[in-house]
Design a protein around this ligand. Structure first.
Ligand SMILES: [Zn+2]
Length: 388
């Protein structure tokens, strides 16, 4: 990898805006960033002139099941290579591979496979998203709010089963989605916190009080807010009411315009502010593929007009890509730096890796996107490796 200087019309770090910016990449990291006028091109370095473009950090997806015809539950290097390559075309330069509720054995096999892939993922010169770790979505969820997760594999939360998952993950477990009101959730939340995981309330029928109690126990996030949750009511605000009124809690949002109506998205953004919403894809294997039939874990979903449903017509994940999510949020009237933050700095902060990912700063990985004036991708670098 050569040394490269990107000269962009502006850079959103995203905490600050630098106009007429220079970003110097050496190997896989950002060596310098600032006004281009204050930089000299190192000998032998290539300069990319993109003065009509905006540079932003690569997107981070903390809730994604698959893409390009493959699902992370396959757990093979080939499947994960295919997924990470495909999403990089949409600006996702890192992700947390998200499991779906399945049998314990099948989940363990998938976790071991993903961990094995992570251990060798950098032995490549191809641009692809980095797998930052694993998000367990299920099996410790509510049967009443399961969405399309198969009910026969939903289990009561068990710290013992979780410890088997953690062992299989070999240090790569990052997020646990759990329904905090279910019997056995409290010790499981404690075990997840002790292991350093982000505890995320999701697929949950929790009341307001139960959700607040989970936050007091250390739950810091909520999984695809509004979807697969006890509905909000003014006399029974539930988990949604708790999330909306607890500034410190991160809210995942699937901003495809199908999972959550515009007004509900606006309400969430107003209540939480730019710093506490993280845009996710909840993307399935069908992402980047034509309409048709696809697998999510072990069950089939039908994709029509880009919308995924199971045999009963229940919404099943999405085919949303994060570049599209960015444009959807900006179309709601959210300023671009705030929208960028929800795809970069916020997920990085949630995972505690904001010095390495999700930020254009010295020493961070060179995960960089160029956006044109319509917010379409005009360039992608993943750890310094250019797409195309
Ligand atoms: Zn879900």
């Amino acid at each position: 990898m050569a040394t490269l200087l990107i000269h962009a019309g502006r850079a959103l770090t995203p905490a600050t805006e630098i106009s007429d910016a220079g970003i110097l990449i050496r190997e896989d990291a950002i060596e310098a960033i600032g006004p281009r006028s204050g930089m000299t091109l190192p000998a032998g370095a290539q300069e990319i002139r993109a003065t009509d473009k905006t540079a932003v950090p690569g997107f981070i997806d903390v809730h994604i099941h698959g893409a390009g015809g493959h699902d992370v539950m396959e757990g093979t290097n080939a499947a994960l290579r295919s997924i990470t390559r495909r999403v990089s075309e949409y600006g996702t330069t890192s992700l947390v591979a998200t499991t779906v509720t399945a049998s314990t054995d099948q989940t363990l096999r998938a976790i071991e496979g993903i961990a094995g892939y992570i251990a060798q993922q950098h032995e490549t010169e191809e641009p692809r998203a980095e797998v930052l770790g694993i998000h367990f979505e299920g099996p410790f969820i509510s049967k009443d709010r399961r969405g399309v997760h198969p009910s026969q594999w939903i289990q009561l939360p068990s710290a013992e089963t979780l410890s088997r998952f953690l062992k299989a993950a070999a240090g790569n477990a990052r997020i646990l989605t759990i329904a905090p009101e279910v019997l056995g959730a409290a010790p499981c939340i404690d075990a997840a916190r002790e292991a350093g995981l982000v505890v995320s309330m999701g697929h949950t029928d929790a009341s307001y009080e139960q959700a607040r109690a989970a936050m007091a126990r250390g739950a810091r996030s909520a999984t695809h807010v509004y979807n697969a949750m006890r509905p909000f009511s003014h006399r029974d605000p539930g988990v949604i009411g708790a999330v909306l009124t607890s500034p410190e809690v991160n809210a995942e949002l699937i901003a495809d315009g199908v999972h959550v109506e515009e007004a509900a998205m606006k309400l969430l953004l107003l209540a939480k502010g730019a710093a506490h919403v993280t845009l996710v894809s909840d993307g399935l294997s069908a992402t980047g593929m034509p309409d048709g039939k696809y697998m999510l874990g072990e069950f089939e979903v039908t994709v029509s007009g880009g919308v995924c449903r199971n045999a009963d017509g229940v919404l099943a994940g999405s085919t949303l890509t994060l570049d599209h999510a960015l444009r959807n949020i900006v179309a709601l009237g959210i300023p671009l730096p705030d929208a960028v933050r929800m795809l970069t700095l916020n997920p990085a902060s949630l995972l505690g890796i904001e010095f390495k990912k999700g930020s254009l700063r010295v020493g961070a990985d060179a995960d960089i996107l160029l956006l044109d004036e319509n917010l379409h991708l005009a360039g992608v670098w993943a750890r310094g490796v250019a797409l195309n």
